[in-house]
Design a protein around this ligand. Structure first.
Ligand code: ZN
Ligand code: ZN
Length: 251
C-alpha cells in the first residue's frame, strides 16, 4: 500500500507539473523559454494526464483569457456550472470564434503538436489521447507490474480533474480573494494552489497572464514557479517573465 501511495504522489506531481509548466505557463503563455527537449518533456507529461491535444489545450486556454467571464469564454461558471466544468469539453470541435490557425499560430509548425491535433478533428485527437495514455500505462504494466501501472493511471485521472476544477472554482468570487483589479471574476484559492502546484493563485494569473510566477505574496507558495526557477539556475531556462506586483493595479 505504501508503495502504491508513494508512486501515486510521484505520478501526480509529475503530471501536474506537466500541465502547469508545460501546457499552461510555457505553451499557452510563453512565459519562459527553454530548449525544445525540455518543452516536449513537460508538455507530454501533461498530455499523459488525458489532457488532449496540446494545440487544442493552448487554443482554448488563450480564448479563456481573451474573453474571460464573457459569453465567449469557453468555460465561465457565470453561464452554468456544468458547462464550466465538463460541458465545454463535450462540445465537439472549436466554437466559431476560436481558431487554432489564428490563435495558436506559433504551434502550427511543430510536427508533434500537429500530429496530436489530428487536423482539428475532435474525435480523432481525443481518441489518440486516450490510446496514447492507456498505451503508456500498458508499457508500465508490462515492464514494472500492476502497482506502478495502477498508480500512474489513477494519478492521470486525478490530474485530469485539476484544471477542470480550477476553471470553475477560481472564477467564483465568494470562494477566494482578489488581490488585483481584473475585469473578470478570478480569485486566489489557497487549497487549489496546493492541489494544482501553484495554479490556484488565479487572480494573480489573470492580472499578469504572461508571468512564469503566479504566487506573488510571501505566503502564496508556487511550486511550479520554484521548478522553473531551479531550471533557470541550472541553465535550462533562458528567459522568464516575472510579474512585478508593485506595478500592478490593486483591487
Ligand atoms: Zn481563468
Ligand atoms: Zn492562463
Amino acid at each position: 500500500m505504501f508503495e502504491f501511495l508513494a508512486l501515486f504522489v510521484l505520478f501526480y506531481i509529475w503530471h501536474t507539473l506537466g500541465v502547469t509548466i508545460g501546457l499552461h505557463r510555457l505553451l499557452s503563455h510563453r512565459s519562459f523559454s527553454c530548449p525544445k527537449a525540455i518543452e516536449y518533456f513537460f508538455v507530454l507529461s501533461g498530455y499523459l494526464a488525458f489532457e488532449g491535444s496540446p494545440m487544442w489545450w493552448a487554443t482554448i486556454h488563450r480564448a479563456h483569457h481573451r474573453h474571460d467571464d464573457t459569453e465567449l469564454d469557453p468555460h465561465s461558471p457565470k453561464y452554468g456550472l456544468f458547462n464550466a466544468h465538463v460541458g465545454w469539453l463535450l462540445k465537439r470541435g472549436y466554437q466559431s470564434h476560436i481558431d487554432p490557425a489564428v490563435h495558436a499560430k506559433d504551434l502550427f509548425n511543430d510536427p508533434v503538436y500537429r500530429f496530436l491535433e489530428q487536423g482539428g478533428s475532435w474525435h480523432r485527437a481525443h481518441l489518440l489521447t486516450v490510446a496514447i495514455c492507456l498505451g503508456f500505462r500498458l508499457v508500465i504494466l508490462l515492464c514494472f507490474g500492476w502497482v506502478p501501472a495502477l498508480a500512474s493511471l489513477l494519478a492521470g485521472f486525478a490530474v485530469f480533474q485539476v484544471p477542470l476544477m480550477l476553471n470553475v472554482l477560481c472564477h467564483i468570487p465568494r470562494l477566494g480573494y482578489k488581490t488585483f483589479a481584473t475585469r473578470d471574476d478570478s480569485v486566489n484559492i489557497w487549497w487549489v494552489a496546493v492541489l494544482a502546484l501553484g495554479e490556484g493563485w488565479h487572480n494573480n494569473h489573470h492580472a499578469s497572464p504572461g508571468s512564469a510566477k503566479t504566487g506573488l505574496r510571501s505566503h502564496e507558495l508556487d511550486p511550479s514557479w520554484l521548478v522553473i526557477l531551479l531550471m533557470n539556475k541550472l541553465g535550462l531556462v533562458s528567459r522568464m517573465n516575472v510579474a512585478v506586483p508593485e506595478k500592478m493595479l490593486l483591487k
